[in-house]
Structure formats: structure tokens, C-alpha cells
Ligand binder design. Structure first.
Ligand code: SAM
Length: 259
């Protein structure tokens, strides 16, 4: 029997949680010293222009990634179902920036006729993803440690999923590029790169908290607009664009299709 998404999330320890419960549980699992270290890393990760990914590695290797996922439970429920509906019938699927593979394994279980590959640049996250794959015997899921920006797939995909990663990619590069260059980066580099991984009629599915214009010089251009421009220049049609607002969600859902 295929698990429902709420049942799967519950089995993975992911559930609706208040901010105070989150902190309490982090302290109870990690102890106060390690919890302090986590809060410090999370603080670093949230600074603009930070390329610090060590909070992801810390959460994965200290068994608190389910709390990270619980903090955005509503988003996990809504977005995962929404993406999955677009994956139906697509044979080769890539989940780029998959963290510990929570969504990736779910997509694999829901689409047994497809293969689902998850990539992430953080080794500790991919190790947890492999354990999750084994737990569910998801033979059609696979994972590898890759940087999206240097990833060269040996085959093209029918669908590429990027959820909650686009802003992170840009932030990481913001430390090396000036603001206007960073803004253009999504349009000039990320969109054509991702587009090159997709086969004809394939789809790129994006969800991100993109609603806030991030760079002063581009106050009037949101990341969504930059991405749309980049994908359209790379020959894709935008087939879906909607703003999503919910209890703990505020973002943009986009889909682009290759002719
Ligand atoms: C906020 S998490 C999102 C995880 C998951 N996609 C989701 O929807 O919940 C962002 C992930 O993207 C990964 N990431 C960021 N930049 C990356 C890059 N250039 N290459 C590979 N992974 C990257 C981070 O390591 C992290 O696991």
C-alpha cells in the first residue's frame, strides 16, 4: 500500500510544530551546547550574502533534519503534493538541492515507474537521504553529491524539480559577485543551465519564497521574473505561475516546458 503524504511525513517525524516546541525539541535532542551551536549556524545561514551551508550539514548529521522539515510542515504538505501532480507520467526526474531526500523518496514511492535522482552539495544530507531510501526500499530513487552549478548529468531529464533552492544558490554566489551580477545570475546562468538538463517536452518545476525583491538595484524585478526571463530566453514556455499563500507558506510556484 502506498503511504499518504501525511502518513509518510508522520513516519519521518515531520509534523506541525510551534516555534517554541521546535526550540524545546532541538534542545532536548541536542543538549544545550549543541543546540546553541545550531542556532549560531542557522543565524549565519540567514544573513544576506552568506554562503554558509554548515547548518544543513549539522542538522543532517545530528538527527534534527525532521525538525527543520516540521518548521515548514504546511509547505511540505502543499508543495510536495503540487509538485507530485506535475510529475505523473514523467520517467526521469531530478530533484535538485534535495537536502535529506524527504521529498525525493516520496516522489519515488509515488512514481514507481519513474527514476528519481536527488542531488545536493552537502555530503551529510545525501548520507541521510540514502538511509531513507533504504528504509522505504525505494529502488527507483538514487542520490549523489553534486553542486548544481557544476553538475553535468549523463542523460537528460523529463522533469527537474527545484524547491526552496533557487534563493540559496543565488545567496551563495552573492558573496563573490556584486549585487547586480547576482541578480542577473539567475537569468543568465541558472535558468539556461537547468534548461540544458531537460529533454524536449520536459518540464522544470520551481517553488521558492521568491516574492521578496532581493537586490536593491533590481527592486522592481523579483527572482520569479528573472527566472522566467532566463527560461524563456533558453527557449522554454512558462506553463504555470502562481503565488502561494498559506499558513506557513509564501512563495511562487512556476513551471516551464521545453517545446
Ligand atoms: C532549503 S533546502 C531545500 C530542500 C528541499 N529541496 C525542499 O524543498 O525542502 C536547500 C538545499 O539546497 C542545497 N543547495 C543549495 N545550493 C546548492 C547547489 N549549488 N548545489 C547543490 N545543492 C545546493 C542545500 O545544501 C540544501 O540542502
Amino acid at each position: 500500500m502506498v503511504l499518504s503524504l501525511p502518513a509518510y511525513l508522520a513516519a519521518e517525524g515531520v509534523r506541525r510544530i510551534s516555534d517554541s516546541q521546535l526550540v524545546e525539541e532541538e534542545i532536548s535532542i541536542l543538549g544545550i551546547d549543541k543546540a546553541r551551536e545550531l542556532f549560531r549556524l542557522l543565524g549565519n545561514a540567514q544573513r544576506p550574502s552568506s554562503a554558509d551551508f554548515s547548518a544543513y550539514a549539522f542538522q543532517a548529521s545530528n538527527g534534527v533534519d525532521h525538525l527543520f522539515e516540521s518548521a515548514k510542515y504546511g509547505e511540505n504538505l502543499t508543495i510536495t503534493e503540487k509538485v507530485n501532480r506535475k510529475l505523473k507520467g514523467r520517467k526521469a526526474i531530478l530533484d535538485a538541492g534535495c537536502f535529506t531526500g524527504l521529498k525525493t523518496v516520496w516522489y519515488a514511492l509515488q512514481n514507481p515507474e519513474s527514476t528519481v535522482h536527488g542531488i545536493d552539495m552537502v555530503d551529510e544530507s545525501i548520507q541521510v537521504a540514502e538511509t531513507r531510501k533504504a528504509k522505504y526500499s525505494a529502488a527507483n530513487a538514487s542520490f549523489s553529491v553534486q553542486d548544481v552549478l557544476t553538475y553535468k548529468p549523463d542523460k537528460k531529464y523529463d522533469a527537474v524539480v527545484l524547491t526552496n533552492i533557487v534563493a540559496t544558490i543565488t545567496e551563495a554566489h552573492n558573496t563573490r559577485l556584486s549585487n547586480p551580477e547576482s541578480a542577473a545570475f539567475l537569468r543568465r546562468r541558472v535558468a539556461p543551465l537547468v534548461s540544458s538538463w531537460v529533454m524536449p517536452h520536459g518540464m522544470v518545476i520551481i517553488y521558492d519564497r521568491l516574492s521578496i525583491p532581493i537586490f536593491d538595484e533590481y527592486r522592481d524585478m523579483t527572482q520569479a521574473a528573472m527566472l522566467s526571463e532566463g527560461f524563456s530566453k533558453a527557449g522554454n514556455e512558462r506553463v504555470h505561475s502562481s503565488g502561494i499563500n498559506g499558513d506557513d507558506i509564501e512563495g511562487v510556484f512556476l513551471a516551464f516546458q521545453k517545446p
